[in-house]
Design a protein. Structure first.
Length: 257
């Protein structure tokens, strides 16, 4: 939930999810001030609301949700005749990094999906003079349907970073953000930004600013890795139907009436 004080910003409800309707700097400021976890569901994630109850619970419990999906923002404008501000995960991360560079004393902990991503992060950190070292990184295991990780909780408790950045991909990362918030003894800001980190470090294909600004990041990734992204993007085709049928309302889990 958003703080009721000076950081309060309007939200719009889409498919049962309260989406933040401010700009990227406001989103960064809000989650850094209040703690908790931020998520950025892509257009391919909405169908998962009907299939994975643990994912559904994690999305609904998030402290801040930004509208990463350009398709969802366009549909909202067409159906509701209202504007919902899009903040891509990449844009959010870039604004977050500006804040973190200006607050060098704040400890940051990074969670990545594999050793290659960890090495890319460390190499990029040296180029950008960010000062990330190996003990600031954690290579996440391949989580199952239920996400728990007592080793990670113990590691974060030992380091007690103010910022935790989770870049392991949608589905697992929302559940992990929820799990950490509920199991840590303190309340850091947890940023679930998925593939966005890889766009900067070189672990994923780089997306130009103009492509991100015009909602074309998905096309850039599709051209680079069609075998990987055609199946994922096909899931996004469910979004217009979900929006038309349910609008603001949370869709039921498959099998429920």
């Amino acid at each position: 939930m958003l703080d009721s004080g000076s950081f309060m910003t309007q939200t719009h409800q889409v498919l049962g999810i309260q989406f933040f309707n401010g700009d990227a700097d406001q989103a960064v400021q809000t989650i850094m001030h209040n703690g908790g976890y931020l998520i950025a569901p892509s257009g391919t994630c909405f169908a998962r609301l009907r299939e994975d109850e643990r994912y559904r619970d994690a999305v609904l419990a998030a402290d801040l949700v930004i509208a990463d999906s350009g398709l969802m923002v366009v549909l909202y404008r067409l159906f509701r005749r209202e504007s919902l501000q899009r903040i891509s995960g990449l844009k959010y991360l870039k604004h977050l990094l500006v804040r973190l560079k200006g607050a060098a004393a704040e400890k940051v902990f990074w969670i990545v999906p594999n050793e290659r991503a960890a090495q890319k992060l460390l190499d990029w950190s040296r180029r950008e003079a960010l000062g990330i070292c190996g003990e600031d990184c954690y290579v996440a295991p391949r989580y199952g349907i239920e996400v728990t990780d007592s080793n990670l909780v113990a590691l974060i408790e030992r380091h007690r970073p103010a910022q935790v950045i989770i870049a392991i991909g949608s589905g697992a990362q929302e559940k992990l953000g929820h799990y950490l918030r509920e199991n840590l003894s303190y309340r850091p800001a947890i940023h679930c930004i998925g593939a966005a980190l890889g766009f900067l470090t070189g672990d994923q294909i780089a997306i130009p600013n103009w492509a991100d600004r015009f909602f074309l990041g998905w096309l850039w990734r599709l051209c680079a890795q069609p075998r990987t992204f055609i199946p994922r993007l096909s899931r996004g085709l469910e979004l217009p139907w979900l929006f038309w049928k349910y609008g603001e309302t949370l869709p039921p889990v498959r099998g429920e009436k």
